[in-house]
Design a protein around this ligand. Sequence first.
Ligand code: NDP
Length: 257
Amino acid sequence: MSGICGNVLVTGSNRGLGLELVRQLAESPSPPLQIFAGCRDPNGPRAQDLRELAQKHQNIIIIKLDTSSEASISEASKAIGPKLKDGCLNLLINNAGVNIPGALADTGEKEMVDVFVTNVVGPMLIAKEFLPYLQKAASQSVQHTGMSCRKSAVINVSTLLSSIEKCHETFTMAPMYPYRASKAALNMLTRCLAEDFKKDGILVMALHPGWVKTDMGGPQAPLLVVDSAKGMLKVISSLTEKDTGTLLDWEGKSIPW
Ligand code: NDP
């Protein structure tokens, strides 16, 4: 199904969209060689479902990775490096993210900083730390021309709520200052990385999963996690050079910045 091969890293993969992305990748008829499933507490109760999934699929490797900690990101990179087949990482999905209620009255310095650390600083540090493996994947991929996830790609999981142009339509139903501002910053990070990594042939884009029934999306969300993840993987597998530096949704539709 997915057409995603090689070696993949998904952050925040113990529940919600991250877990479903790992599940669908592992269950695909032509699964990736290795799926590194990042999770901040691999032995804790919140990783039970991920551990059970990993027991069924030998290509799932659970990695301790707290994306809000520079030390943890560095340790995860050191742990993954020697395990990577040929030292190549073909696809990095920066999925881990946090949200808090975030109306103006509830938002102080701590709320802003905490959300920024996970939603922006983490993906930036991870892209920097794993760049050598992404570069190796891009340079070693002789059979694939142009940019693609089969060669080397970074997907930053963003949101419709990051769109500055759409804010007048979406603000009233979701007045979340830290979350919106952090994901708009993630979009800029995406554009910067896309420009920076062009010379290496690494595709970088931002992807909105839809409004999805997860702990974050809540029970009233219209989209099932299984359908969102399916759509996301379809979009990811069809990305080409023209998609680097874009913001798309789970159906492949463009979202204005
Ligand atoms: P959930 O809250 O259901 O899951 C979030 C995941 O991120 C968990 O696995 C959580 O791990 C992990 N995580 C959070 N902080 C860290 C950290 N510091 N280090 C490692 N892992 C961390 O959210 P979703 O699955 O719904 O969201 C996934 C992504 O999709 C997010 O980036 C979110 O912003 C985005 N998104 C979601 C939408 C929705 O409707 N659901 C809509 C638009 C975007 P733990 O269990 O340890 O907390």
